[in-house]
Design a binder for this molecule. Structure first.
Ligand SMILES: Cc1cc2nc3c(=O)[nH]c(=O)nc-3n(C[C@H](O)[C@H](O)[C@H](O)COP(=O)(O)OP(=O)(O)OC[C@H]3O[C@@H](n4cnc5c(N)ncnc54)[C@H](O)[C@@H]3O)c2cc1C
Length: 444
């Protein structure tokens, strides 16, 4: 057996963080909703939803026993309503805004109710989720079948445009399929959502990276949407990187999601401070490591990860080594440890965060059988040369924030490639871009 592979079962890795509600429980939960909001002001939960779902309405429909109607309300605003129900950081969005929460009571489980309604709709499958307008002649090419591309495609196809989505992967979903933790999402409901989007008239051309040759073909479309996300892991190298047991975060997650769970050994060290680092650390716990230590060079206050995610990881046993910077990975053939330096915080740097500085003579070693680097992703810089040249603003593709147009007016972009960090932000961008593309095509 490959020594890089562990023995954790897929079932153990994919055990859902928040199990779905039983039908009776959904009714009871929906019944707790106060149904706030009205003609003058949206309910706080709905105002907090980047996808603009009418949350009180769908909850009211569930309470009335109309699960399919609730799903229709959700899909009318968000074609990836099933995916978002599983992966959205509801703690800082709809559920964080719930008035019950502010009264010190348990907020309505909006994510689980949304999952309940959409699951019922996927199981019944009653034809297209939206009315489809008569076919128009204008062609739109979408690069990227991640959340941004899928939503932009579905919205435009429902309005009659001829839409083709191109992706290098053979399956749709982008990071939602290949990177988001299996305890949040598996291949479902993305497969069901793909079917729904196909029923709106979208064509898929999967399994082909877009490169020089295909760019010419795509360039012939009347408008183009780039939802290409970010690229591979950020290339930060440490001496000892090449040892067995050292992983980049994205291949690590992809391996465990697709049936080849990595062998993390007894002691795992995760490098990074964002949500990806937290996910990887929680996955290492599920893979059977006895100690999982996340090293981060600033303090908890500066960590970009969500506070609730840090707290959940702590509850699961992840240890946090703050003000700690890895300098080299130790071992002969396989990882044996990570040499680290303690840090102190100096003056703020360009990002406004206090700059970490090494403390002289503070070297120490963390024992490690595996090291996973989760430091972020690199931008798709190659896109700078596409379609006659596209401008970047730092690591993001530059866009007009109102129209989502790049420096080439025929090319629109959204999602992570323009600075998004979540599925629901990509959904919001996909929707806005579809409206902007429609307006631009109708004017041209
Ligand atoms: C480890 C991890 C965990 C995460 N967890 C969460 C979470 O729990 N909740 C949440 O809301 N968000 C989470 N996110 C963020 C979320 O996944 C992204 O914000 C979201 O997927 C962005 O969508 P997108 O469509 O912009 O890009 P992506 O999902 O990155 O999709 C881009 C697609 O474009 C394709 N592509 C790129 N270049 C080309 C090319 N040249 N030719 C053809 N195809 C191309 C890619 O293969 C990919 O399929 C997580 C991210 C990571 C890395």
């Amino acid at each position: 057996m490959d020594p890089r592979l562990g023995s954790a079962t897929h079932t153990a890795l994919a055990a859902p963080l928040h199990p779905p509600l039983a039908p009776g429980a959904a009714l009871v939960e929906a019944d707790r909703c106060l149904g706030c909001g009205g003609l003058d002001a949206a309910a706080p939960c709905a105002a907090a939803c980047p996808a603009e779902i009418d949350v009180p309405r769908f909850i009211d429909q569930i309470a009335a026993g109309d699960d399919l109607g609730a799903a229709q309300t959700i899909f009318a605003a968000n074609l990836l309503g099933g995916t978002c129900a599983r992966v959205c950081p509801v703690e800082v969005l709809c559920e964080g805004a719930c008035v019950l929460h502010h009264e010190g009571r348990k907020p309505i489980a909006i994510g689980l109710l949304q999952r309940h309604a959409t699951d019922v709709a996927f199981a019944k499958r009653e034809g297209p989720v939206r009315p489809v307008a008569p076919r128009r002649s204008e062609r739109v090419a979408i690069v990227g079948a991640g959340p941004a591309g899928l939503v932009c495609a579905g919205e435009l196809a429902a309005r009659g445009f001829t839409v083709t989505v191109h992706d290098e992967h053979t399956e749709v979903g982008g990071l939602a399929r290949y990177a988001i933790a299996p305890y949040r999402i598996g291949s479902d409901p993305l497969d069901s959502e793909r079917l729904q989007i196909e029923e709106l008239g979208v064509a898929f051309r999967l399994g082909h990276p877009i490169d020089g040759e295909h760019l010419e073909e795509i360039g012939e479309a009347d408008a183009i949407f780039l939802g290409i996300g970010m690229g591979a892991d950020t290339a930060i190298h440490y001496p000892g990187d090449g040892l067995n047991g050292v992983w980049e975060s994205l291949p690590f997650i992809e391996a465990l999601k697709f049936g080849t769970p990595p062998n993390v050994g007894t002691h795992a060290v995760v490098i990074g401070g964002g949500n990806t680092a937290i996910d990887v650390a929680r996955e290492a716990v599920r893979l059977g490591a006895r100690t999982v230590t996340l090293v981060y060079r600033r303090t908890r206050a500066e960590m970009p990860a969500f506070e609730h995610e840090i707290a959940e990881a702590e509850d699961e046993g992840v240890r946090f080594a703050y003000l700690t910077d890895p300098v080299r990975i130790l071992g002969e053939h396989h990882v044996e440890g990570v040499e680290c330096l303690s840090m102190s915080l100096g003056e703020p740097d360009a990002s406004g965060r206090r700059r970490p500085q090494p403390v002289t003579g503070s070297e120490r070693t963390l024992i490690a059988d595996s090291v996973i680097k989760a430091i972020g992703q690199q931008p798709h810089r190659e896109a700078a040369a596409w379609f006659g040249g596209l401008a970047f603003d730092g690591s993001r593709l530059a866009i007009d924030p109102t129209t989502l147009q790049t420096s080439n007016p025929k090319v629109f972009a959204g999602g992570d490639v323009v600075g998004g960090t979540s599925v629901v932000q990509a959904v919001r961008d996909g929707k806005h871009a579809a409206t902007a593309i429609e307006e631009w095509l109708c004017r041209s």
